[in-house]
Design a protein around this ligand. Sequence first.
Ligand SMILES: CC(C)(COP(=O)(O)OP(=O)(O)OC[C@H]1O[C@@H](n2cnc3c(N)ncnc32)[C@H](O)[C@@H]1OP(=O)(O)O)[C@@H](O)C(=O)NCCC(=O)NCCS
Length: 298
Amino acid sequence: MTIREFRAGEEDAVASLIFESTNGWYERNLNKKVFQGEAADCRVFSEVYGGLDPGCCLVAEVEGELMGSCFYHPRETHVSVGILNVREGGGGRGVARSLMEEVIDRAAGRPVRLVSSLMNLDSYSLYTRLGFVPTGMYQDMLFPEGVRGLEKGPVGWREVRADDVDELVRLEEELCGIRREKDFRYFIENALGIWRGSVMEGADGLEGFLFAVESAGSRMLGPGVMRSEEAALALIGAEAQRSERGRPVFLVPAGETGLVRSLYAAGARNCELHVSQVLGEVPATAGISMPTFLPETG
Ligand SMILES: CC(C)(COP(=O)(O)OP(=O)(O)OC[C@H]1O[C@@H](n2cnc3c(N)ncnc32)[C@H](O)[C@@H]1OP(=O)(O)O)[C@@H](O)C(=O)NCCC(=O)NCCS
C-alpha cells in the first residue's frame, strides 16, 4: 500500500470513493444513506478542502487502485481531520490506520482533533486505538417539520461581516481554546456560493456566531460558538429558517440539557450521535460549541 497526496484530476475518483464508502457503510449498518443525490455531489469536499488547505488530502493506493482517502486541516492551534473513507470491501486491512498514522506524523506533535459517529464502532475503535480521547458527545438534530416558536429575527441578530473575523477568532479561542482564522475568512469570502453566517451581538461584544453550508453534498448548520444557551437557540432558529431547502442537520452538545429541551419543544428530532475526540492536549472549554463536518473541527 502506498500513502500519497491526492493529485489534480482525481476529484471525481475521490468523490465516488466518499459517496460509495459512506453510503455503503450506513446502508449496511444503519439502513440509511448519508448522501441522497449522486457521487458528483461529494466533489464539494475536495473543492472546499482544496480551497482551504491545498495539498492536504491523502490517498491510499493498492495495486493502482484508490482504496482510501483522508483530508486533514492544519490550523493555528491544532490539526483537524475531515472525512476519512475506505473503499467498500477494503475494510479491516489497516488502510484507515495507515492514512491516520500519516496525518498524525504530519501534525508533528500538534493536537489532532476530529468528530466521529457514536453509531459507528469501526471509526470509534480506529481512533481510540490510535490514542484519541473522547471529549464530548453531540446530538445530531434537525427540524423535520419546520421550526416552532423560535423567532426568525431575534434582537441583535445580523449577517456576519468580514470585519467580524477578529472577534470570531477571539470568541472561539476564549471559549474553546482553538484558533482557525482562515476558515472564517473563507466562509465569508464565499467563493463557492454555499456559505452563510450570522452573529448575535450582546452589550459587551459578540454573544455567538453560527455558519451554515448549503450544497447537495452537505446541508448543515455550523461551525458555531456561543456564550449562552439563549444565543445558541436564537442563532439555530434563525439559521434553520433561512435554509433554502430546509431541514439542515446541526450538532449540539448533549450536556447542554436546557438547550436540548428547548430544541425538542421547537420540533427538533435526533438523527445521530457524534463524539469529539482529541489526540494530544485538550484545552479547557466554556460556552457552547457546534462542530460540523465541512470543514471538520471538533
Ligand atoms: C471507518 C473506516 C474508515 C475504517 O477503515 P478500515 O480500513 O477498515 O480500518 P482499519 O482496518 O485501518 O482499522 C480499524 C481498527 O479498528 C479496530 N476495530 C474495529 N472494530 C473494533 C471493535 N469493535 N473493537 C475494537 N477495535 C476494533 C481494528 O482492530 C483496527 O485496529 P488495529 O489496526 O489496531 O488492529 C471504514 O469502515 C469506512 O470507510 N467507513 C465508512 C466511512 C466512515 O465511517 N468514515 C469514518 C468517519 S468520517
